[in-house]
Design a protein around this ligand. Structure first.
Ligand SMILES: C[S@@+](CC[C@H](N)C(=O)[O-])C[C@H]1O[C@@H](n2cnc3c(N)ncnc32)[C@H](O)[C@@H]1O
Length: 203
C-alpha cells in the first residue's frame, strides 16, 4: 500500500519539477513525438510524456507507484491507446504480464536514476524490445566535473531519501553500453545536471 510520502510525492511532483521541466520540453518532444507502434514507457510517473505521443503510438505505461499512476491518468495521452501496468520493470513477474520481444520502442526518461537495479532494468529492456526495436533515453547522469562529482556523491544519500530513490551519481550512459546497447543518435548536454539523450539499438 502507498505511504503518505508516496502520495504527497505524486501530488506535488509536477509542481516541484515545473521549473526544471521547462528546460526539457523540447527534448521530450523530439524523442516522443515520432514514435509509432507498440511503445513501453518505463516509470511513466505523472505522465509528463503523454502529451507528446502521436496517434500511431500504442503505449503500455509501467509504473510501480499507484499514486503516480492516479495522477497520470488525469493527463491526456495523445496516443492511440494506453494501458497501465502497476509493477516494477525489475519485478520477477514482469514477463507474466508482458511478452518478450514485443515492443517497437522503449522510452526511458528520468527513470534509470531511480530504478532499484538499473543493470537488471537494462537487461529487461533488451528482452522486451523486438529485434529491431529502439530504446529512447533521456537521463541525468553523474557530472564529469571533479567538484560537481564530489558534491553529487556527498548530496546523494540525502537527495535519495527526499526524491523517492533518485540518484545524482549514476553513470547510466556507461551502463547502457555495458548492458549491450549501442547509440544510433547520442548527445550530452548540461542543464543544471549532466544529461544523456539518445536512441539506442541492441548490439
Ligand atoms: C523521476 S520520475 C520520472 C517520471 C517520468 N519517467 C518522467 O519522465 O517524468 C521516476 C519514476 O520512475 C518510477 N520508478 C522507480 N522505480 C521503478 C522501477 N523499478 N520500475 C519502473 N518504474 C520505476 C518512479 O515511481 C517514478 O514515477
Amino acid at each position: 500500500m502507498a505511504s503518505i510520502y508516496n502520495k504527497l510525492f505524486a501530488k506535488f511532483y509536477d509542481l516541484f519539477m515545473n521549473g526544471f521541466e521547462k528546460g526539457l520540453v523540447k527534448n521530450r518532444q523530439e524523442l516522443v513525438s515520432g514514435l509509432k507502434g507498440r511503445v513501453l514507457e518505463v516509470g511513466s510517473g505523472t505522465g509528463v510524456n503523454f502529451e507528446f505521443y502521436n496517434e500511431d503510438a500504442q503505449v503500455v505505461a509501467i509504473e510501480p507507484s499507484t499514486p503516480m499512476i492516479r495522477v497520470s491518468k488525469a493527463k491526456q495521452c495523445h496516443c492511440q491507446s494506453i494501458d497501465f501496468l502497476n509493477i516494477s520493470i525489475t519485478d520477477e513477474v514482469l514477463f507474466e504480464h508482458i511478452e518478450e520481444q514485443s515492443f517497437d520502442f522503449i522510452i526511458s526518461t528520468l527513470v534509470l536514476c531511480t530504478v532499484n537495479n538499473p543493470k537488471q532494468a537494462i537487461l529487461n529492456y533488451k528482452k522486451l524490445l523486438k529485434p529491431n526495436g529502439k530504446l529512447v533515453v533521456l537521463e541525468h547522469i553523474h557530472s564529469s566535473k571533479k567538484t560537481h562529482k564530489r558534491l553529487q556523491n556527498f548530496a546523494n544519500p540525502f537527495w535519495n531519501v527526499f526524491s523517492e530513490g533518485c540518484n545524482l551519481n549514476r553513470n547510466t550512459d556507461k551502463l547502457l553500453l555495458e548492458g549491450g546497447f549501442k547509440p544510433l543518435e547520442h548527445k550530452y548536454f548540461v542543464r543544471s545536471l549532466k544529461w544523456v539523450q539518445g536512441v539506442y539499438e541492441k548490439d
